[in-house]
Design a protein around this ligand. Sequence first.
Ligand SMILES: C[S@@+](CC[C@H](N)C(=O)[O-])C[C@H]1O[C@@H](n2cnc3c(N)ncnc32)[C@H](O)[C@@H]1O
Length: 291
Amino acid sequence: MSYTKENNVKADFNSIYTEPPPHKYISTMAEHGYRIGEKARPYFQSAVQLLEELNGEALPVQMLDLGCSYGIGSALVKYGCSFDELTAFYSNRAPTEFSSCCDATRMWLNVVPPACNIRCVGLDSSAPAIDFALHSRLLDAGISRDYELAGVVPTQNEAAWFQNCNLLVSTGAIGYVTEQTLAKILCHLGKNHSGEYGPFVVVSILRMFDIQPIREVFWQFGLDFKPVPGVYLPQRRFIDKKEEREVLKILGERGVDSRGLEDNGELYCRLYVAGPEHQLHVLFDQMIQEM
Ligand SMILES: C[S@@+](CC[C@H](N)C(=O)[O-])C[C@H]1O[C@@H](n2cnc3c(N)ncnc32)[C@H](O)[C@@H]1O
């Protein structure tokens, strides 16, 4: 199922996803109060810690960030930067020329050791964004592919990365990315990671999207999938009254109560977790504690 109607109603940011350096993406997102990465960050960090505790530190967590853009999930989790710090760095300090920007980012990241010992793999359909994330070493591995397209499937090398990842995270991407892409990843996810626990999944999804096809694809690949009750995370402000009106209309048609959330002028997500049926309760309890 594609979310054509929802994506037509939502503001179109496609042009800023493919600039060579990240400046335009980060400044535009900041201008619209984009804060879903920052809001989801404690849950992602907590899932990393949990996997480290359960599997032992000898088996480092390998995190796949779906729709990672310029390596944002890695910046937030592995390098421990806040979205405000990223915004300040790319507004005031990082040069806009590609290779100087990569050098400056690398140096900036290296001033302090990474916040945690994880490997980060990023997947995004934007080749320039992945290119930047690799050159600046935000990502340990990057895949720029669009698996929404029929007939596009992971290469052996890409499948091997998915097989080695035991944590899948995502913010701001599901909706563009549907069960088509998830099916092509989930058939490999974690299959070659030797930790006893995982693969675990922690993703934010806008409340305007119908969750059923997403839930079903997780089930299809043997992973239980559920929302974390009570966790409603703001994504960004509506860009104008038209977007607000049309999103509220979709929510109303789907019977989603927008009072106290979208009614206050922002798009909201729910947080979902997935994992093997007999293990999911451990991740679920951890997420509840994080609230
Ligand atoms: C709103 S941005 C979110 C980026 C990042 N996760 C964050 O929260 O800052 C959406 C991202 O989804 C990516 N995207 C859109 N369609 C995609 C697809 N079919 N496959 C993978 N990534 C896609 C875009 O290129 C963009 O980087």
